[in-house]
Design a binder for this molecule. Structure first.
Ligand code: PLP
Length: 439
């Protein structure tokens, strides 16, 4: 699609009278569908998937049909109690201890913002100190952009958001965190929150949560873990290690809408100190008061929104349809496909794998120094990889992304769609190889 093409095909003013549905549907097929990016296509390898599945789609259709707005227990008791049950199931599935309570947030970005606001309030209240001007936040340059954004929106001044140094594996260096925290305290600042990432967007790097959690405990700083993509993999016993140390965090988020076959949106947010969360987000209004309030959960008090969608239904349909073993098998297959592609890349002269492909994401580039093949200057290599990405995407058959890792431009193939098979991965790889030799 060319920018503006879809808009140009649509009337600038709304119709005064209703139109027959056949015409609306025909225009949907003629104008809208060709302008869609097909996230469910097996060749969609660009961003982390926004997955879906037949039971999730059916649940979403029912959700729209029911039309419930689930802000409080009494505005749909089944929605609230199903959310309690499914979040408890998810907690068990990823092996978090019972001290965590879950709530569905729309996205990981919102969950992280919720965590930052709670951390801010917990810190200022603990110190009996209302000023946020001196609060500081800590993450790394590899964190998703929603992390510093959440800190900023929570009131931490941009100049007080620290990008802690990372090591060669693109993960936070705990010692660098400790030094920075102490330097800030010595300068009269007040550390409020650390965000560690389990599965970074650029390379699925895993910050060393056990060491980071120990520092946060010593320094009494809120630790939030952003596991938006990779967290779902903790349901697989042999991958549970990715959550090592997360039991010592204050909050954690992962996205069933990314890797658990639940369609967008559905983020699982778990928090230890429920009272702190309710302290920040609880709000009373006469119109909302009910006789059951001391016996029920009112999820409007667990996040930013008052009105809430019935998201637990799709989670319930999906977990019951596939079972935990079915979901584990799906994740194992995506991890396997990632390793298969990584192996092909490592064997191919001229290509270089630039990060371990443990969690479905394969990060690589062409003409790495290691290969000695078609030696190019570093800047020239970046440009070459960017053009390679553009050529591949211009085929319209597959869609990949690029990013910067350690200052170098690298390509990303994100596996994790229900429909992507080994044949799809092979043909994507063939296309990438072909595009590399056509310049
Ligand atoms: N955190 C990480 C590590 C991500 O990779 C992403 C998106 O890919 C996000 C957060 C943002 O997720 P959401 O779209 O649910 O806000």
């Amino acid at each position: 699609a060319e920018p503006g093409a879809v808009r140009a095909a649509l009337p600038a003013a709304p119709p005064l009278s209703g139109e027959p549905f056949e015409r609306i549907m025909a225009d949907f097929e003629r104008i809208i569908v060709p302008g869609l990016t097909h996230w469910g296509h097996p060749g969609f390898l660009a961003y982390f998937p926004a997955n879906t599945s037949p039971p999730s789609i059916l649940a979403e259709m029912l959700t729209a049909t029911i039309g419930a707005q689930c802000m409080s227990w009494n505005t749909s008791p089944a929605a609230t109690e199903l959310e309690q049950v499914t979040m408890e199931w998810l907690r068990q599935m990823v092996g978090l201890p019972e001290v965590f309570t879950g709530v569905i947030q729309d996205t990981a970005s919102t969950a992280t913002l919720v965590a930052m606001i709670t951390a801010r309030d917990a810190t200022t209240q603990r110190r009996n100190d209302a000023t946020v001007d001196r609060l500081t936040g800590y993450t790394t340059l590899e964190a998703n952009h929603s992390v510093p954004k959440g800190m900023r929106l929570a009131g931490i001044r941009p100049g007080h958001i620290r990008m802690v140094e990372t090591g060669p594996e693109n993960a936070m260096l705990p010692e660098a965190l400790r030094i920075q925290l102490r330097a800030d305290r010595a300068a009269g600042l007040v550390p409020a929150a650390v965000v560690a990432t389990v599965g970074t967007t650029g390379s699925t790097a895993i910050d060393p949560v056990p060491a980071i959690a120990a520092i946060c405990r010593e320094e009494a700083v809120w630790l939030h873990v952003d596991a938006a993509w990779a967290g779902s993999a903790a349901i697989v016993p042999e991958l549970r290690w990715i959550f090592d140390g997360v039991d010592a965090a204050d909050s954690v988020v992962f996205n069933p809408h990314k890797w658990l076959l639940v369609n967008f949106d559905c983020s699982a947010y778990f928090v230890k100190d429920r009272a702190a969360l309710l302290g920040s987000f609880g709000a009373s209004a006469e119109i909302l008061r009910t006789a059951h309030d001391d016996r029920v959960v009112n999820y409007r008090d667990w996040g930013i929104q008052l009105g809430r969608r019935f998201r637990a239904l799709k989670l319930w349909f999906v977990i019951r349809s596939y079972g935990v073993e079915g979901l584990r098998a799906m994740i194992r297959e995506h991890v396997r496909l990632g390793k298969v592609l990584a192996d092909w890349i490592e064997r191919e002269p001229g290509f270089e794998l630039v990060a371990p492909a443990d969690l479905g994401l394969v990060v690589f580039r062409y003409g790495g120094e290691r290969t000695g093949n078609r030696q190019r200057a570093a800047g020239e290599l970046d440009g070459f990889n960017q053009r390679l990405q553009e050529r591949v995407n211009a085929t319209g058959k597959i869609f990949i992304t690029g990013t910067r890792l350690g200052g170098r431009y690298v390509l990303r193939v994100a596996l994790g769609h229900l429909t992507t098979t080994e044949d799809d991965v092979r043909s994507a790889w063939n296309m990438i190889k072909e595009a590399a030799t056509s310049e």
